[in-house]
Design a binder for this molecule. Structure first.
Ligand SMILES: Cc1cc2nc3c(=O)[nH]c(=O)nc-3n(C[C@H](O)[C@H](O)[C@H](O)COP(=O)(O)OP(=O)(O)OC[C@H]3O[C@@H](n4cnc5c(N)ncnc54)[C@H](O)[C@@H]3O)c2cc1C
Ligand code: FES
Length: 262
């Protein structure tokens, strides 16, 4: 992990209010699912930096980008940055999607798409197959989908049927299971809003798929000192302790490790 200041290279409009915020390197080698804490060099409006998945990275690390949708003061400040202004990056942080799980099925909603571009690029280079299932309310909500052309098999779903499969991304997953495009025993990597991740984990459990979730927990420090990011967990990885810090032991967990309060 390191902290460094990077000039903004450009803002690339992905539609639907989302941007790829591209910064000059050097960007350290990063595994898909790992994240950086970001804040602008000037005029950062809040006390703490904010966590973002690395969206893309030049093979030589000469630039990197983050997929950002302005929803609050931190994301608005990043989206308002002008070329030449600088952004602080701390990272890479956290535990990635398991590299040993081959040919993953990636299920994304909204900015949950962010970890999967780097993943699709790396797996494509390793001659692996990446299936991307990307769901949104309408075509406009599928910001970033075009970036996957040629490196992943893209299956889109929209609630209003304006693009791809009509229905939720869980219905799309069931449809692909029915067609044999997705099969029992394979691994699903999922990132998106909590209700979507809960629903995807349930489908995976019912159909014999392993399921790994990347949590977008609110974080304060990003490297294990504040206890601001804990979730309830179970399983041998945690040695009997019922809580886990998502910034160091996550953000990626196997779905069966997470304990939900009902
Ligand atoms: C590992 C990780 C990777 C992430 N990657 C991305 C990414 O690639 N792109 C992206 O746009 N965002 C990403 N996020 C989410 C982003 O860091 C947060 O939404 C961040 O809080 C936004 O900061 P803000 O100052 O703009 O808004 P804030 O003021 O922090 O939040 C705006 C509103 O959203 C609510 N909110 C924020 N986060 C959460 C949460 N986790 N749970 C419930 N409510 C919440 C707040 O309560 C507030 O109402 C990631 C988060 C994590 C943990
Ligand atoms: S964000 Fe501080 S311990 Fe995880």
């Amino acid at each position: 992990m390191q902290t460094s200041l990077h000039p903004l290279r450009r803002l690339r409009d992905l539609g639907g209010g989302s941007l790829a915020v591209e910064v000059d390197g050097p960007i350290p080698a990063t595994l898909p699912g790992q994240f950086f804490m970001l804040r602008t060099g000037e005029r950062w409006p809040v006390l703490l930096p904010r966590p973002f998945s690395l969206y893309d990275r030049a093979d030589d690390g000469s630039w990197g980008s983050f997929l950002i949708k302005a929803i609050g003061p931190g994301t608005r400040a990043l989206a308002d940055t002008q070329p030449g202004e600088k952004i602080w990056l701390t990272g890479p942080l956290g535990r990635p999607f398991p590299p040993e799980e081959r040919d993953p099925i990636c299920v994304a909603g909204g900015v949950g798409l962010a970890p999967f571009l780097l993943l699709a690029r790396q797996r494509h280079r390793q001659r692996q197959r990446t299936r991307l299932l990307f769901g949104g309310r309408s075509r406009a909500a599928l910001a970033g989908i075009d970036d996957f052309a040629g490196i992943a098999e893209v299956h889109a779903s929209t609630d209003d049927g304006s693009h791809g499969f009509r229905g939720m991304v869980t219905a799309l997953l069931l449809d692909l299971l029915g067609k044999g495009t997705v099969r029992a025993g394979e691994s699903v990597f999922c990132c998106g809003p909590d209700p979507m991740m809960v629903a995807v984990a349930k489908v995976c459990e019912q159909h014999g798929l392993r399921c790994f979730l990347s949590l977008e927990t609110y974080m304060a420090c990003g490297y294990g000192v504040c206890n601001g990011c804990t979730v309830k967990v179970q399983g041998p990885r945690f040695h009997g302790w019922p809580y886990s810090k998502t910034c160091t032991e996550g953000p990626v967990y196997e779905a069966c490790e997470l304990v939900h309060d009902h």
